[in-house]
Design a protein around this ligand. Sequence first.
Ligand SMILES: NC(=O)c1ccc[n+]([C@@H]2O[C@H](COP(=O)([O-])OP(=O)(O)OC[C@H]3O[C@@H](n4cnc5c(N)ncnc54)[C@H](OP(=O)(O)O)[C@@H]3O)[C@@H](O)[C@H]2O)c1
Length: 235
Amino acid sequence: MTQTVLITGANRGIGKALAEKCAQNGMFVIVVSRNLEKAKPVFNDILSHGGKAILKKCDVSNLSDIEILGKEIKQEFKSLDILINCAAINTDTDDTSIENMPVDLLHDTMQTNFFGSVWMCKEFIPLLKKSESGRIINFSSGLGQLGVPRMGPFPAYSMSKTAVNALTKVLADEVKDSSIIVTSVDPGWVATDMGGPNAMLTIAEGIDTPYWLATAPASDLQSGCFYKERKILDW
Ligand SMILES: NC(=O)c1ccc[n+]([C@@H]2O[C@H](COP(=O)([O-])OP(=O)(O)OC[C@H]3O[C@@H](n4cnc5c(N)ncnc54)[C@H](OP(=O)(O)O)[C@@H]3O)[C@@H](O)[C@H]2O)c1
């Protein structure tokens, strides 16, 4: 049966590459972007290669956008198999510190990276429960890992990704009696607009673990865990 996957931030970077790979492998892709014009090339490319997709607008920092998206998807689909919370921002600069941090910077970062992921999960859990094997993949980062000597730089981004990991842990426990597997992923340092040109991994390499989390047999995965390079990472 065709799997349905919803990917936020699917107009560029890792989200775009995941959308394309999922479509190439026969999934129905719900391409979600806050800017439809920017997402049209991805959408059209999927269709022109024979893939199946629809394009939806949603700014994940805006709760009413998420609720409208949820309402539309629930009208059009009976279930959702995979939710990939990929959209994120990092607007910290090299010298951002807690001491000098503008209020809006932390607020906007948490609103997109953390609240966006929480409200997307909340909105789509009912549809994911209707899948035989639901998956939620929350994009975290090595910068969100607590068990390392130094979390920084990028304090607002780091704290937002630690909070995303908490979401994964809490939600996995909450849905443990369902078939939904909830994971966090650190894709590694990837050469996107966010990762910059000096990053160690190509985008194709960066999507390896998130795509594997979306497609591996359930028996190979542990819900409520943080993954990097297809292995469980310490929190
Ligand atoms: N690249 C890395 O080295 C790296 C490392 C660790 C983790 N990650 C994580 O991997 C994920 C993808 O990163 P990336 O490198 O592909 O980043 P990117 O190239 O900067 O792309 C970010 C995507 O998120 C979208 N986005 C941002 N705010 C949004 C909002 N409020 N609503 C909807 N979409 C929004 C962007 O849309 P617009 O085009 O409209 O801005 C864009 O599509 C992120 O969660 C990131 O934190 C990346």
